[in-house]
Design a protein. Sequence first.
Lengths: 177, 562
Amino acid sequence: MPKYIQYFKNTKPSIQDNIWLIQRESDLNPDTLGDRHTFVAFGFWKNHQAALQTKLAAQTLGIYFTVTDDILKDSELTQIVLNQASIIAIDFPIFRDGRGFSTAAILREHFGWQKELRAIGDVLVDQVLPMARVGFDAFDLRQDQNLEFAIEQLNRFSVTMQNDWRGLRTTLQEVLA
Amino acid sequence: MYKYDHIDQSLVDSRAQEFKFQVERRLNGTLSEEEFRPLRLQNGLYYQLHAYMLRVAIPYGVLNADQLDQLAYIARRYDKGYGHFTTRQNVQFNWLTLEDSPAILSDLAKVQMHAIQTSGNVVRNITSDPFAGVAQDEVVDPRPFCELLRQWSTLHPEFAYLPRKFKIAINGSKTDRAVTMVHDVGIVLKKDDAENVVADIYAGGGLGRTPILASFIKGDLPWQQLPSYLNAVLRVYNRYGRRDNLYKARIKILVKALGPEQFAKEVEEQWALMKDRNDGFVEQEWQRVAKHFVKPNYLKIPQQSLFDIINLAPKDQQKSFANWLERNTKKHQVPGYLSVVISLKNHHGSAPGDATAEQMNVVANLSRQYSYSEIRVTHEQNLVLADVEQTHLFAIYQTLKQHGLARSNIGLLSDMIVCPGGDFCSLANAKSLPIAAEIAKQFDDLDYLYDLGDLSLNISGCINSCGHHHVANIGILGVDKDGTEWYQITLGGQQGNSTAIGKVIGPSFSAAEVPNIIQKIIEVFEQKRIGQESFIETYQRIGIEPFKNKVYQKVEQELANA
């Protein structure tokens, strides 16, 4: 069974079994998805909303946003997805494309997304910490990555200089303490 | 100056540890160079032509004597005995190994220094006025704001992988000394009618291939709201900045494409989503930082006349000392004090901005003795002792002179800003240091340079424009033509309140021609100059044509004769 890292807010990061597949095919017949837990792209969902409705309601369908999805300009459809989905992912086509960080922050801050937000794609050990801070709480790392290293990274810093999804910046925490 | 508390120290120590772990993985092959690259860059480590180069952050250009001594130690222990101060008020070491880099970062952490975000596609070291806190024309001391924003920008999780680098400059004086308008974001601090500090925000300035001055996007922003507003600016940039073309990825291209008004509107929309959260700086955070920037206990000493100060020197040194006073000292807020600029230009043939380990120790000791143990780095690649009693000036001058640091050329033609160029940098199209050396040789006569007066000449070895050639009165840019090095010359650029981008004079020149071409440009200036006009004043009065005619005269004659 493939593994991923789960790091819910106010918990410790841990390695878990990953039951979610990622379907990247865009000209797929949605009826062939079956019962497996599967992520499809937001764009794919937009084109096949009716056909995917049962699967979404059954919570075996996850939706992932790509770097070109603009969830603010497309906020109505985004909201429809968020109202029904049990899990959302953001895809990193290449680790150095940082757009997904802002997408995650907007999902958490603006849309108030409370459930699981998973990083998928070119997710590397050295990016998981900032990802965890902007709002990701699950990491499906690239296959060659060492998950123990990733957990070490998530635990490395004990202070922060900005507010983030997980808490207030350290200076403000100390003021309020 | 600011001193770390347990929060800052913990962050820097963890960061050094993290980098050690990353280097280990790189060296044992579990991390590829492609994936290591942004990590090392975010820690200031470049791979250059000959070796690794480490760029160490000097936040807003302020460092203390112990830090400068530590830089000298690093220069001796790990490098070839010198360091290079940069146009972004940082310092670079050019001859390092990857294996030593974690140890260097640990050595830096011991004196509260680091190399975080001195490179890479992140918010870079924030730059400011080197005379902050002492300048006579200061409206707001920018240092506490710089420090608060240094902290806010450090390891900001949302902006670790921006489309390109992101540079912020802050100025708080009537005169702009931070080239604020050529930054991705320029912040101008001022006071409103109720004496509250507010900021005007400019965005989308930059040099490089497409030099543009920043556009005004927000006025009178209460300083406490800088984090949320800058978050909004960066979020718009992170989401919409171009990632398909390296040369079109800076925020200036986005601001230009949208238009400043539309860009400002997008930022406002983002800001509306976040400004009510508790991102804003609170009073205790202000105190935590501002307490380090209270004025020192200046003595109540009478303001001396220039005549009295010059008389500190023996007769035979009075002329050279007077020249140094005129060029290398700046007015101070407090009577009886001045700021001293130490020229790192044109001594013993070293590269502009270079200082040897010994010179660093000398300056560190001078600062201990005479200037509250504090040193500033200017974007013109010089050093500053900000708080010097007038009566100590001659003693300082003598010590500097003994160590080749008393060149009296601040603001003169030989006070060149020069990037490391093709001798070190893997991006460069052409060498810049030998050109600088030739020009320095040609214009070696200080009396002549004094007569020419204020004149900026900057050199960049490629269009990335690290040498700020666009904003020089005379700019020289190295270009590559079919594998050979050529130099394009621009005229009429300037920094300060009337910041302007220079105009290209015409076809480029070979390296050998450059000093002679500069000579011709200066000759036109001398012929056309009225009274004590500065070069830029003459240029603005007569335009580029007379210079062009003179410079290309011979070529045209040859064509006519042919």
